[in-house]
Design a binder for this molecule. Sequence first.
Ligand SMILES: *Cc1c(COP(=O)(O)O)cnc(C)c1O
Ligand SMILES: [Zn+2]
Length: 472
Amino acid sequence: MNDAAYQQCIHPACEEKYPITDIRVSCGKCGGLLDIRYDWSKLPTPKNLNFFEHRWSTKGIGSDGRLDFSGVWRFRELMPFYRTEADIVTIGEGRTVLQQADLLAREIGVKAGKLMLQYEGLNPSGSFKDNGMAAAFTHARIVGAKRVACASTGNTSASLAMFASLAQMRGIVFIGSGRISFGKLSQALDYGALTLQIQGDFDACLRRIRQIAVDRPKMGIYLMNSVNPFRLEGQKSIMFRVLEAMDWRSPDWIIVPGGNLGNCSAFGKAFSELKELGLIQKIPRLAVINATGANTLNEVFTRQGVRWNNGQYDATVVQKLYAGMDESNYSPHTVASAIEISRPVNLPKALRALDVMNGVVREVSDEEILEHRALVARYGFGCEPASAASVAGLRKLLAEQVISPDESVVCILTGHELKDPNVTVKYHTGVDMKSVQDLAPRSEPHGKLSNPPVQVEDDLEAIIRAIGVEGI
Ligand SMILES: *Cc1c(COP(=O)(O)O)cnc(C)c1O
Ligand SMILES: [Zn+2]
């Protein structure tokens, strides 16, 4: 299938192409981000979206069952980068649901029947990240990767560790000191990933992992952070499922929290492809919600007015912002740890998605996030703090009359409530159970499969020794 699929630089002034089998995370010519692109005319693309309908009902039985069982791969004709179906990695991810939330709608001031929650916490590892990992692991299998790695605020590492154990690859997870919730950390350890705790923050982890995965290809480590364009292919399926649940008609609005901005970028790509293929009439509007303590996109897009501008966006605004952060030693800070990122790698793609979907960006405070997280739970949908930014953002956009009460709105609940129980307990009791500041084992673990995190200095040689690849 994959002659008709290729990788391509997103910048209209460059558009350099690379084969699907290349392992790269940026354009070799201009350094830009990459897209997975398709020559649809060479592919058996369905003529309408109802084509996918029967697959929901096969329940994993029958010859195509393994793929139809997945909420990602039952839309495989819309992400056809794999060679054969045997390449595909799946654990039944994406069997998530769109729920009409009338009680929450009444509370927030949306007309009954108009507010929906896309509950991605129902994924096997408890967050939407599984959608993207299913696709990226499929690519990793195609290129024969043996080791896969990511730097993570938590959910990426949980999902990576799960898929690595499933696909029998070595998972390597870089976490910073502190600021990872117990729920997420426990998954990385339990699924058997080598967990390296660097003395530094998320940015430090990302810098180290690039040095390992990109600058030292001989180590054979495949990068799973969301600069990996294959992850975004899988995340398109979140929008396909929203459409499926709405009888293939677009809602008026999609609202999603923004961290590294992979998800909103994937949504924009999904809709521009569906439109290009003539499979939908209307593209919904997009609202991306930052936390106030990690608000780069809101600063760039809303306050400074930077627009995609067909790829000619004003990058100097972003450079100046980052230079200022460097100068003041700024690091982002929010209770919504999954979106605590101040240099979102997918920023250009997010600008493009905002352009395609006529989007807006807002930020919400930690207090708004915590109150809306509790509110969502009160009406039956437990989610982690970052997810509730979408609902808090809806409240704000209603107050501003950007969204009207009779428009249909889908808020993406990105991760499960049990990911971060400390936040919930603290909210309800005032008791602050300490986060994972220092993971040095207090006593020797005794389990046969104990897999404690490895403490490493923020030093490249020490990190390479800890990973234990021979002959580098
Ligand atoms: C990763 C994550 C986000 C942020 O998504 P991006 O694609 O990085 O913008 C939001 N919520 C949760 C629960 C996440 O795990
Ligand atoms: Zn380029």
